[in-house]
Design a protein around this ligand. Structure first.
Ligand code: ATP
Length: 464
């Protein structure tokens, strides 16, 4: 019996849960078939249980999302058949290195002790780093070029050039990705440098624990002896005065010794509410680099890169559609791409616009950019100098029919309306007419450069 197994078996319910999970897995295996079971269920580990809750961790967000939308209900039902006290299955993402797993047939159970939340590897003490968050996987565009350049500079140089480096930006725009990328780079190129990377939340909990166990000397020593201290989401300690005080002293001790400090937050130092003035001011002393909201081009670049990483061919018009429609943040954009790829892999359905709109209906509604079919008809009519009423008319001459087809195509890719809906707005035409128009325009985009350029211009005017 391994160490982790021993520690878990101290839990009174351990035996039952292992037994139950094994039975649930057997039923899933029978239902789903070997290949699906291996792809989606085997990577899962149980990380916590008790009080009616089972917490299951997936190694990546992609697997978590897919399991959540396809198997969660079934896992809960099967579990409740065995143990009616279970009412919640909590699916989380946790890297394999953060958990200790041990042998249970088919799928595994893990014990997460406080030690395993902090990875201690040689001189590198840190929260678990996501292996995908590297500089190589970071797509650079106008909105993030300064933050990227600053992060790379700090990661590459062994002398301190600006202290602290303060990275900030809205939700899901890549702050954590850049922080991890810096840490990975240092870990690879300068393994002798001592780096601590952790969230401000964890900093606070470690500090509270040190206070509780009267261990603050060791706490201070640990943080003040590093070459690089990286604190993610520093806004978390806003309003938490004692933690701020400790962070302030740690920060000063490191900066005074010319050791690098890197901090990320959702706002600029001066906008951090609930943060002491002297800390705000010190946080702004070095280089403050913001990550702006993404542009259409950056979103498209990110999607192309992610599709390549996932080794999947996704049609260009689908990537463009997603880049246009999902402008909120990169995390959501990635989630959307993962969902359609997973759907296609498992159901064997070809990835195209139709299927994308189908699979992502809810998400698309939430992100509706409110370009209406009427806006499109008006803009296209202006562009080709035809009457707007010709969008609905039965005239078939080429100079009217082609713009009408273009408007139908743009309605399909820029709104989430269905083919029959679009047909209705174009003088009550049938959905097959709309489909024909979409195909025709796609053909022309591929074969006629001038036409394709016209269309890009038109599209851009609608996207602003
Ligand atoms: N420029 C980019 N290139 C590639 N991937 C990106 C880029 N920007 C963001 N991402 C991806 O988007 C997701 C969200 O990014 P991340 O977690 O770094 O955001 P964040 O700014 O830290 O968000 P939060 O405010 O929620 O902490 C990650 O999967 C990340 O890899």
């Amino acid at each position: 019996m391994g160490v982790a197994q021993q520690s878990l078996s101290q839990h009174a319910d351990h035996g039952n849960f292992v037994h139950e999970w094994t039975s649930v897995c057997q039923r899933l295996q029978a239902d789903l078939g070997e290949a699906t079971f291996r792809s989606w269920i085997v990577p899962l580990v149980i990380t916590n249980f008790g009080g009616g809750l089972v917490q299951i961790a997936a190694p990546t967000r992609f697997i978590r999302d897919w399991v959540a939308s396809n198997f969660l209900e079934r896992i809960r039902n099967y579990w409740q058949d065995l143990n009616p006290t279970i009412d919640t299955i909590d699916l989380i993402v946790r890297q394999a290195s953060a958990v200790v797993s041990f042998d249970v047939p088919q799928a595994s159970v893990a014990a997460v002790s406080e030690e395993t939340e902090t990875e201690i590897e040689g001189s590198f003490i840190s929260s678990t780093l996501d292996p995908r968050f590297t500089f190589d996987n970071f797509v650079v565009g106008k909105p993030n070029e300064l933050a990227y350049a600053a992060a790379l500079r700090v990661a590459e140089s062994t002398t301190v050039q600006f202290n602290p480096l303060f990275l900030y930006g809205g939700v899901g725009l890549g702050k954590t990705h850049l922080m991890h990328a810096i840490a990975w780079h240092i870990k690879r190129c300068h393994p002798e440098r001592r780096v601590i990377y952790l969230s401000a939340e964890k900093f606070m909990y470690q500090f509270i624990r040190a206070l509780r166990y009267k261990d603050t000397v060791a706490f201070k020593e640990q943080f003040r002896s590093v070459d690089v201290l990286m604190i993610d989401d520093v806004q978390f300690i806003s309003g938490k005065d004692t933690t701020q005080e400790e962070f302030f002293h740690t920060f000063n001790a490191l900066v005074d010794r010319n050791h690098q400090v890197i901090v990320s937050a959702d706002k600029s130092p001066s906008d951090l509410q609930g943060m002491e003035e002297r800390l705000k001011s010190r946080l702004g002393w070095g280089l403050v680099a913001d990550i702006h909201p993404t542009t259409y081009e950056l979103r498209l670049g990110i999607l192309q890169s992610k599709a390549e990483t996932l080794n999947t061919q996704v049609p260009k018009n689908v990537l463009e559609f997603l880049a246009f429609k999902i402008a909120s943040n990169v995390r959501e954009l990635e989630g959307a791409l993962n969902r359609i790829i997973a759907h296609s892999t498992l159901v064997g359905r070809e990835i195209n616009l139709e299927m994308t709109q189908d699979v992502l209906r809810d998400l698309l509604k939430a992100n509706d950019r409110r370009v209406t079919i009427e806006d499109i008809q008006k803009r296209v009519a202006e562009y080709y100098s035809i009457k707007i009423s010709d969008m609905q008319s039965s005239r078939r001459s080429q100079n009217v029919a082609r713009p009408r087809q273009v408007a139908m195509y743009l309605s399909k890719i820029l709104t989430s309306r269905s083919l029959p809906d679009i047909g209705r707005k174009f003088g009550g035409r049938d959905h097959t007419t709309v489909l024909h128009a979409v195909r025709k325009v796609e053909e022309l985009i591929a074969s006629d450069r001038e036409f394709s350029e016209d269309l890009s211009i038109l599209r851009r005017t609608l996207e602003v």
